[in-house]
Design a protein around this ligand. Structure first.
Ligand code: 5FU
Length: 276
């Protein structure tokens, strides 16, 4: 019944502040699109954020892939987030012991906690990873209120090691840490019970016409393990709340038009799911 509820209704039930905020943002902007900015220069990233900004709910970065990261870049990205009303997610996939991830989160070259509304976290180290991030935030100026994470429960890549048993444990961790967890990265909704928990699903691409749309929703791969499903399939068959699209938009001839198209097809699929 969670999947049949509107984002507004789910926001009412959300125990995590950021997940309520994101659900409301998605509802008001009518967008479930997260664009993945896997680009190498800050100019390219800022240009993309400005172009796709009107159509997205989350702008997802990998700042350690940038060749010219700067704090000026972060300020400009935050300005764009304000102008276009989207959240910033740094897809850091923290994966170490609590003490180490705390340092990586608030310090280092990137000071991620200062500017990323959301981060991604692997469940692999166990609950200590959450304690590390949360305790660091609490002593850091930004506090917990406007920061949250998504736990990576299941990856999109071929032959991923996130087995069903691993996924179940990762979901348990997510369900019990509503103080800091806004959602999960997953390829299906199986086992996700908290109404406010948001499912973020990467590996989304509109099938290229000459291949023909396949009935199982698959829309190919990238030759390096990434596996794609269609927007329609991830929302209606896999339970995606937010869909992550990278190269489907960044490699399009016109990224604004592509973002608008993805936003529209994803939103229609959501409306169909909730029966609106
Ligand atoms: F957790 C995950 C995952 O399981 N698969 C992913 O692809 C994260 N990703 C990210 O989504 C990945 O790091 C890219 O930033 C993005 C997908 O980009 P694409 O160009 O749409 O394949």
């Amino acid at each position: 019944e969670r999947l049949r509820m509107t984002f507004e209704a789910r926001a009412e039930k959300a125990t995590n502040t950021m997940s309520a905020r994101l659900l409301r943002l998605m509802a008001s902007k009518q967008s479930t699109l997260c664009v993945a900015a896997d680009l190498s220069s800050t100019d390219q990233v800022l240009q993309l954020a400005n172009t796709v900004g009107p159509y997205i709910c989350i702008f997802k970065t990998h700042v350690d892939a940038l060749n010219d990261f700067s704090h000026k870049f972060v300020k400009e990205l935050q300005e764009l987030a304000k102008t276009h009303n989207f959240l910033i997610m740094e897809d850091r996939k923290f994966g170490d012991i609590g003490h180490t991830v705390g340092l990586q989160y608030v310090a280092g070259n990137f000071h991620i906690a200062d500017w990323a509304d959301l981060v991604t976290v692997h469940a692999l180290p166990g609950p200590g990873i959450m304690d590390g991030l949360v305790s660091c935030l609490e002593t850091h100026q930004s506090g917990l209120r406007d920061r949250a994470c998504f736990i990576v429960a299941e990856m999109s890549s071929k032959d991923t090691l996130t087995t069903p048993a691993y996924r179940t444990e990762a979901l348990k961790l997510a369900e019990t840490r509503a103080d800091f967890v806004a959602g999960v990265v997953s390829q299906s909704a199986t086992g996700i019970s908290s109404i406010g928990l948001i499912q973020l699903t990467p590996g989304v691409r509109i099938p290229v016409a000459q291949n023909g749309a396949q009935t199982n929703g698959s829309s190919g791969s990238d030759g390096l393990g990434q596996q794609y499903n269609s927007p329609h399939h991830v929302v209606l068959e896999r339970g995606a709340d937010v869909a992550v699209v990278g190269r489907g938009i960044t490699e399009a001839a016109n990224s604004a038009e592509a973002a608008e198209l993805y936003r529209d097809v994803l939103w229609k699929a959501y409306q169909q799911r909730v029966g609106e």
